[in-house]
Write a protein that binds this ligand. Structure first.
Ligand code: NI
Length: 226
């Protein structure tokens, strides 16, 4: 399941992130790559332990903590502290799969990467190329969203970032360990939750809506690991 999260950050928050990143020290992106992806990765990142990474990451996590669509789609148990990257002209990231387990530096906690997230921090008209291409059951999905929008996709997917041919593409990227590990089960819960929400919005509270809400929670109880 590929899910768009519109306005994960507001325009003001995107501008703030960009202003902080303008002043940040960028390093080679190979620092967080595994053995295979290291060969394929040509981009820049800001160090995970930097003040900029920590403060901007907190802004993103705070916003997502109260974001209904994100919560419904990801059912997050643990979220890896957001990282930040950029692809300048000529940079790309060839086809790869993200590492399954990510230790969070300094706190002895590991995150199983069920979902990958990319939050776009550059307006699409400001660069050419740089599409995130995700291979899923239905073929290739080419993703290039508005600044502030985010894409969530199964971390089991092969994916790549096309070469940037003009401008520079900035984004935040991170991973989520979900309470529901199985992508089809999570997709079903997301669909059910959305259907219940629109049923309520159209017809108000009803006995059926209450029963469906109960079914949602009983499925979650069966499938969730917390
Ligand atoms: Ni990746």
């Amino acid at each position: 399941m590929l899910v768009r999260i519109p306005e994960a950050l507001s325009a003001e928050e995107v501008a703030h992130c960009r202003a902080v990143l303008e002043r940040a020290a960028w390093v080679d992106g190979k620092v967080t790559a595994g053995a295979q992806s290291r060969q394929a990765k040509r981009n820049l990142q800001i160090p995970q332990t930097s003040e900029a990474s920590r403060t901007l990451g907190e802004i993103i996590l705070t916003r997502l903590g109260s974001h209904e669509r994100f919560t419904s789609a990801a059912l997050p148990l643990r979220v890896y502290p957001p990282l930040f990257n950029r692809y300048d002209e000529g940079m790309d990231f060839g086809t790869h799969i993200d590492n399954a387990i990510r230790p969070v530096p300094g706190i002895g906690v590991r995150v199983r990467t069920d979902l990958s997230a990319t939050l776009f921090l550059t307006a699409p008209e400001d660069y050419d190329g740089g599409e995130l291409v995700i291979e899923d059951t239905y073929g290739e999905q080419r993703v290039k969203f508005a600044a502030g929008d985010m894409v969530l996709y199964p971390a089991t997917s092969r994916h790549r970032v096309e070469p940037v041919t003009r401008g520079s593409r900035w984004s935040s990227f991170f991973w989520i360990q979900s309470m529901v590990r199985d992508d089809p089960a999570r997709a079903l819960l997301f669909d059910l939750d959305g259907t219940i929400q629109s049923l309520r919005a159209q017809y108000g509270e009803s006995e059926e809506a209450v029963r469906l809400t109960g079914i949602y929670h009983n499925l979650l109880r069966r499938w969730a690991e917390v």
